[in-house]
Design a binder for this molecule. Structure first.
Ligand code: GSH
Length: 212
């Protein structure tokens, strides 16, 4: 199995997290941001993540990839799911973007290893989200807008090792978003959220991304 991915991509981290929980080796290829040819060559369009199974077939949906990985051997993500958690994750993606999108290019990540790849990211994300310097200058405001959601998650978390008490797809929805938002300097995760983030990252053997 090979995952085509960006290091900063939270949907990719869903798949990496599932493989790590299963102690399953995942081959990883980091695609340069401007390497649309590789994605189009695999699946006919520009999209990440792509999981190419051992039989050569590519998968395109991160949650399908997670379920496929979890179905190998004894399933692990068998805990209950709560609609509040999925709703929380859907809502929070949009609120984290103005904080994370202008920071990823500062992290020296492999998908930005060439000037052309970095420029490619900067151009298309600026078009979508606005000027990065201005976004970063508004950090306090974006953090303030996000804090109520993080406080809500703090109330929802049932255990430092599983948002619903037993590992489930909801953990796959939540942890990758926390990994992204944890890059924001000055953002303090509420206590239960921080405990959950730290315990889960250490359980799957991943270091957090740098903070900027
Ligand atoms: N539903 C898909 C969505 C995939 C998706 O939206 N990927 C985005 C974010 S990484 C993407 O490919 N963007 C293309 C790009 O970055 O140019 C999934 O969950 O895997």
């Amino acid at each position: 199995m090979r995952l085509y991915m960006f290091e900063h991509c939270s949907l990719c981290f869903r798949v990496r997290m599932a493989a790590a929980l299963k102690r399953l080796h995942l081959q990883e290829t980091v695609v340069l941001d401007d390497d649309t040819d590789t994605m189009v060559g695999l699946v006919g369009k520009r999209v990440i993540p792509i999981l190419v199974k051992d039989d050569g077939h590519p998968m395109l949906e991160s949650m399908d990839m997670v379920k496929y990985i979890d179905s190998r051997g004894d399933p692990l993500l068998t805990g209950p799911q709560r609609s509040e958690i999925a709703a929380w994750a859907d809502r929070v993606v949009a609120k984290t973007a103005p904080l994370t999108m202008p920071r990823y290019p500062l992290l020296d990540l492999p998908e930005f290893a060439t000037i052309a790849a970095l420029d490619h990211y900067n151009l298309r994300k600026r078009k979508a989200f606005g000027d990065f310097v201005e976004l970063r200058a508004n950090t306090r405001r974006y953090i303030a807008e996000l804090m109520p959601d993080l406080e809500e998650l703090d109330r929802l978390i049932e255990s430092p090792f599983a948002v619903n008490g037993a590992p489930s797809l909801d953990d796959i929805r939540v942890l990758p978003l926390l990994r992204s938002v944890a890059i924001v300097k000055g953002l303090r995760l509420p206590r239960k959220v921080r405990d959950y983030f730290e315990s889960m990252m250490s359980r799957i053997g991943y270091q957090p991304l740098p903070v900027v």
